[in-house]
Design a binder for this molecule. Structure first.
Ligand code: NAD
Ligand code: UDP
Length: 326
């Protein structure tokens, strides 16, 4: 029988790729989104598919529906957007997660939660394994996102331990690709848009901070493979690693400084007249970030396939096609 899937936040960047992938695998897909940062443009091509439904709804408000699988992605992910309305951000993580878990408890749905490498904060352990607890400021400007995501992980862990809800989580490391909003504000979309518009590339700080950038389809493949695992087999794997909660880092461990990223962007857009300029580093900006992906590799045989140079080329082609919004 066709499996029914709900994707909260499915009109966003990652959610729209996931919806497309699941439709191609013959699932019946419902996207729920309040369009805070997502757009109908991202799901436009799916709207007339008879296995696709869009619901305009805020996850902080309870909802009902019978689904086999629920992917919880609703939450603004870019610092400029999640800091625009910080109280709403933490509410989305917390109440949204609670509503998803309550629905799953009543309907026996399997839940997938998209957590983040931000739960590691400014890490003192490098690279970051799942066993690392992180270094996060509870009252900084990034905390509405970081702490909301940390609390959502706690909720998932407790619904599993207390009520046996079938939950699994991925900590996503910086992900990029087509369908990012041109004004998303994250570093790859900013640099490409700036280079295409001949505006100077804005490096915050001296550009020596690092990130590890993953192409979006690498991520969605890991998400679907993880969600497809039968619960007992999956739990046995985690128990064999001394863990009682199924959680994986998913990211590309190739680490780049932000300066290297700016240079690579300009190398790939040789017609650009942009230069690099330096601006103030935002508060609590993590110095380094790189995933330890041993666990996901052992469980799913997964490793990223798309190198940064190739992924950036695809992203540039996409952003060029968003001309009207330039
Ligand atoms: P995005 O901003 O493009 O997508 C988020 C989606 O959630 C948008 O469509 C937005 O409209 C929707 N949304 C926000 N608040 C909502 C609410 N209250 N009710 C319903 N919908 C709501 O960001 P993305 O990069 O696609 O991120 C998707 C998920 O993955 C997020 O939960 C994010 O925290 C997580 N994540 C992303 C990254 C990354 O690098 N892209 C890294 C770590 C974690
Ligand atoms: N950054 C930058 N210029 C920009 C946008 C971001 O130098 O125009 C830096 C930012 O300070 C951070 C890194 O790039 O050190 C990644 O930022 P992003 O917002 O993409 O993700 P996050 O900080 O959440 O990892």
């Amino acid at each position: 029988m066709t499996k029914k899937v709900l994707i909260t936040g499915g009109a966003g960047f990652i959610g729209s790729h996931l919806a497309k992938m699941l439709l191609a695998k013959e699932y019946e897909v419902t996207v729920m989104d309040n369009l805070f940062t997502g757009t109908k443009t991202n799901i436009y091509e799916m709207l007339d598919n008879h296995r696709f439904t869009f619901i305009l709804h805020d996850v902080t408000q309870p909802f009902w529906g019978q689904f086999d699988l629920i992917y919880n992605l609703a939450c603004p992910a870019s610092p400029i957007h999640y800091q625009r309305n910080p109280v709403e951000t933490i509410k989305t993580s917390l109440l949204g997660m609670m509503n998803v878990l309550e629905l799953a408890l009543k309907t026996k749905a399997r839940v997938f939660h998209t957590s983040t490498s931000e739960i590691y904060g400014d890490p003192e352990v490098h690279p970051q394994p799942e066993s690392y607890w992180g270094n996060v400021n509870t009252i900084g400007t990034r905390s509405c996102y970081d702490e909301g995501k940390r609390a959502a992980e706690t909720l998932c862990a407790d619904y599993l331990r207390e009520y046996n809800v079938d939950v699994r989580m991925i900590r996503i490391f910086n992900t990029y690709g087509p369908n990012m909003h041109p004004k998303d504000g994250r570093v790859i979309s900013n640099f490409i848009m700036q280079a295409l518009q001949n505006r100077d590339l804005t490096i915050y700080g001296d550009g020596s901070q690092t990130r590890s950038f993953q192409y979006v389809t690498d991520l969605t493949e890991a998400m679907v493979a993880f969600m497809d695992l039968e619960k007992r087999t999956m739990m046995e794997f985690f128990k064999s690693r001394g863990m009682d909660i199924p959680i994986l880092n998913v990211g590309n461990p190739e680490e780049f400084t932000i300066k290297q990223l700016a240079e690579e962007t300009l190398r790939q857009i040789p017609e650009s007249k942009s230069s690099i300029i330096y601006q103030t580093l935002p508060k609590d900006d993590p110095r380094r970030r790189k995933p330890d992906i041993t666990l996901v590799n052992d469980l799913l045989g997964w490793k990223p396939a798309v190198p940064l140079q190739e992924g950036i080329k695809n992203a540039i082609a996409y952003f060029k096609g968003t001309n009207l919004r330039l």
